[in-house]
Ligand binder design. Structure first.
Ligand SMILES: [Zn+2]
Ligand SMILES: [Zn+2]
Length: 352
């Protein structure tokens, strides 16, 4: 089958690889869509960081060459022995996180902190391919009213949902999301499903306009005037209860701490590629809680699928383009690496 294979730094190629076969407990899916994410680009330019390269991954025993792609949706075509929760024909997404299941964190339900944690497309072959096999217990089927296209964004939606959960967002609270790219826009919607009033902060008018369409009660341009004051004006003179920093820029966390209300929470969901200087005075003086959020858990995936089905989370407007496997580098990566930020998610359709 055709697949995009990561061989090393700046070396990702379309290749012909053996089609995987499901072992007992596994399901084989034909990939319908797989998104290209900033993390893929970071692995390409700066990596390998999360992709097991020199040593085999301790959990999967696998290293590069690795099929990449972690934001996938597909259709079950075959199941291994003993699989009862899915059957051929089911459209599905996956919980792409792989954990040991037995450590202190796994046993507490905090699988995202399992020391052995790896993920689809990093420690095990991913979704930029015609087929994948995956543990059936981590395959989540889609209701009939959720299209496969929409489901192509379940993974970033689960990341955003996890961030809102980490922020302990309560009904009636206000949540500002700094950086409403795909993950930020989805975190904003997730916070809204939890009963919060939500605001968007971004430099791009295009993102702010879409945020307003998707339920933001206010949109603040990060480059204009005093964004902190604009946020206070939206919230009766007080900063938001929670700020989700999905921008991960050099100054975005510092600003989030400045803008959040005294005693508020700041959730960091973006992976920072720089090491900015940070003034901790406001953290102490304002008693701000800073909370990290990494990836997602299976219940985030299940919740997101339910929210998309009920219409409380919307992903379709975030799909900017659908390309073929042979266009991943020339079109997909090229666009992701360009300065033009006039798009949200690019999906790959491997059967195209
Ligand atoms: Zn991603
Ligand atoms: Zn574990």
């Amino acid at each position: 089958m055709k697949a995009m294979v990561y061989h090393g730094n700046r070396d990702v190629r379309l290749g012909d690889v053996e089609e995987p076969r499901p072992r007992p407990g596994e399901a084989k899916l034909r990939i319908d869509y797989c998104g290209i994410c900033a993390t893929d680009i970071e692995e390409y330019i700066y990596g390998p960081a999360f992709i097991s390269h020199d040593e085999p991954n301790p959990l999967t025993g696998k290293k590069t060459p690795r099929i990449i792609g972690h934001e996938l949706t597909g259709t079950v075509v075959e199941t291994g022995a003993g699989v009862r929760n899915v059957q051929p024909g089911d459209r599905a997404v996956i919980n792409g996180t792989l954990t040991c299941g037995g450590c202190w964190w796994c046993l507490r339900g905090e699988a995202s902190q399992c020391p052995s944690m790896t993920a689809v497309g990093f420690g095990k072959d991913g979704g930029l391919a015609e087929y994948i096999v995956w543990p059936a217990a981590q395959v989540v089927t889609l209701p009939a009213n959720v299209t496969s296209r929409e489901a192509g964004l379940v993974e970033p939606a689960a990341v955003g949902h996890h961030a809102a959960i980490r922020g302990r967002v309560k009904p009636g609270e206000t949540v500002a999301v700094v950086g409403v790219g795909p993950v930020g826009m989805l975190a904003m919607q997730a916070a809204r499903t939890m009963g919060a009033r939500v605001f968007a902060v971004d430099k791009r008018e295009m993102s702010l306009n879409l945020a307003l369409e998707l339920g933001a009660g206010g949109a603040v341009n990060a480059d204009e005037g005093d964004p902190g004051k604009a946020l206070r004006n939206l919230n009766g003179g007080r900063g938001p209860d929670v700020i989700i920093d999905a921008a991960g820029g050099p100054g975005s966390t510092q600003q989030s701490v400045e803008w959040v209300r005294n005693g508020g929470r700041v959730v960091l969901v973006a992976i920072h590629t720089s090491k900015p200087e940070f003034d901790f005075v406001n953290v102490v003086a304002k008693e701000v809680e800073i909370i990290g959020s990494l990836g997602y858990l299976q219940h985030d995936v299940e919740d997101v699928v339910r929210h998309i089905s009920s219409g409380t989370m919307v992903t379709e407007p975030l799909i900017s383009d659908v390309i073929g496997l042979d266009q991943v580098i020339d079109v997909g990566y090229a666009k992701m690496m360009s300065d033009a930020k006039d798009f949200f998610r690019i999906l790959v359709s491997p059967s195209r």
